[in-house]
Ligand binder design. Structure first.
Ligand code: AMP
Ligand code: GLY
Length: 425
């Protein structure tokens, strides 16, 4: 069988992890990453992730067999529709199906219609009506800008004053068009967990569950970020919980999307809160998570390529997906100042890595003209440890962090704390 040419779209840690996994597949004869980072250098092509026409020309010109889209922006711009219209095979949802992430109001309407357990909510386009609703409901309460806001359009307000202030910011233009409409919803308490599922429009296969650490500082303090670290599996996660989430959330969503004529293909990412009343859905994302993917792929035993292809061909039900029993943890090393304004161009030096239980996935890195590894983004590196327990995986990741030279790097020292506070670990 002829090997496949595979193109990954994106430049973050998620895309480096995808490239690392796909490069190991005997089915892949040629890999490209557009535009990639210093970690994916040998595969990089200079086309930006949201340049749909540029990517299309490239994929046609090189006769790419499969394109895998990382970030939400090209998906919400319709990259899948554009590629399919040209007869190209692409892993990801259509523009309409991607609205599950690009519009929180659409997502909530789908949850309601599919009877997915979620926080009670209302949608507002009028600042005055939204204000009255907050005054009626009181705090704590959650305000979400409708559109894409790079993970920063959500305000979890502890007091009514904070809620009203947040509302003024969101609707007053801090998020541009994304904030013209807001979703205001009930505050949910519990353990937060991400469950990502491979989907082919009909069938959903769950991946291992992951806990993310969104706040910038130890002890879950400080500003919200794109994610400062992850680990899998959370100790409270069980097969029963997985079955409940699949039956009450993933499968009803897929059925509704299919019945609406917008079947969902790609990764359906469920952001869940495990409450005293069972799992409830906070949000959908329509892609691999970052930094969730950096711990999921190191424990995926199966070849990823046949799974991705099965998703594009509606053959997932007959496809095997095996997982290692291992734990994996990812510690994100960010530029000093992140998530606010941060320095760029910091020189980094990485140690040689000899263990298959340790790895570094690059995110905001590039190689300077004179060949030095330098930082170019906020989240710069994802440092991974894998082991037979959370404490051994954590020990490996943090000992690798200490060997990396990255002046002023900011990272959390408590990734995995929820898991470690559970006695079984
Ligand atoms: P989202 O971008 O929707 O994932 O929201 C960002 C973060 O806000 C989530 O990861 C949660 O920690 C928090 N959050 C969102 N919705 C709620 C809610 N209804 N109750 C409590 N926390 C929430
Ligand atoms: N880590 C959360 C996300 O990818 O949106």
């Amino acid at each position: 069988m002829k090997g496949k040419k595979i193109l990954i779209v994106g430049s973050g840690g998620r895309e480096h992890a995808l490239a690392w996994k796909i490069a190991q597949s005997p089915l892949c004869s040629r890999l490209y990453v557009a535009p990639g980072n210093a970690g994916t250098e040998k595969w990089n092509v200079p086309v930006q992730a949201n340049d749909i026409q540029g990517l299309l020309q490239f994929a046609k010109g090189e006769a790419v067999d499969l394109t895998v889209v990382g970030p939400e922006e090209p998906l919400s711009l319709g990259i899948v529709d554009a590629f399919e219209a040209e007869g190209l095979t692409v892993f990801g949802p259509s523009e309409k199906a991607a609205s599950l992430e690009s519009s929180k109001a659409f997502a909530k309407a789908v949850m309601k219609e599919a009877q997915v357990p979620t926080a009670e909510y209302e949608v507002f386009s009028s600042l005055e009506k939204a204000r009255q609703y907050i005054e009626k409901k009181g705090a704590p309460i959650v305000i979400k800008a409708d559109g894409l806001a790079a993970g920063k359009g959500v305000i979890v307000a502890a007091s009514q004053e904070e809620a009203l202030q947040g509302l003024e910011n969101v609707m007053g233009g801090a998020f541009g068009a994304a904030g013209q409409k807001v979703v205001i919803e009930e505050y949910l308490e519990g353990q937060e967990v991400s469950l990502l599922c491979f989907c082919d429009g009909t069938t959903a296969l769950p991946m291992v569950a992951v806990q993310d650490h969104k706040r910038a500082l130890d002890g879950d303090r400080g500003l919200n970020t794109g994610g400062m670290g992850t680990y899998t599996p959370p100790p409270f996660w069980t097969k029963e919980l997985e079955t409940e989430v699949m039956n009450k959330i993933a499968l009803p969503t897929l059925a509704l999307m299919r019945n609406q004529g917008t079947p969902f293909k790609g990764v359906l990412f469920l952001g869940l809160m495990i409450t005293a009343h069972g799992p409830k859905l906070l949000e959908y994302n329509v892609r691999f998570g970052d930094p969730e993917t950096q711990v999921i792929l190191p424990v995926l035993e199966s070849d990823l390529v046949p799974i991705l292809e099965a998703c594009t061909q509606g053959r997932l039900a007959e496809t095997e997906c095996r997982w290692l029993k291992d734990t994996a943890i990812c510690v994100v090393m960010a530029a000093p100042g992140y998530p606010q304004s941060y320095a760029k161009g910091i020189e980094i030096s990485l140690p040689a890595i000899s263990s298959s239980q340790e790895m570094v996935f690059h995110a905001g890195t590039s190689t300077s003209d004179d060949g030095r590894l330098v930082s170019t983004g906020g989240r710069v590196l994802g440092v991974i440890g894998r082991g037979d327990s959370l404490s051994s995986a954590r020990e490996k990741a943090y000992s690798l962090v200490r060997k990396i030279s990255f002046p002023g790097a900011h990272y959390r020292t408590d990734i995995g704390w929820q898991g470690l506070s559970d006695k079984s670990n």
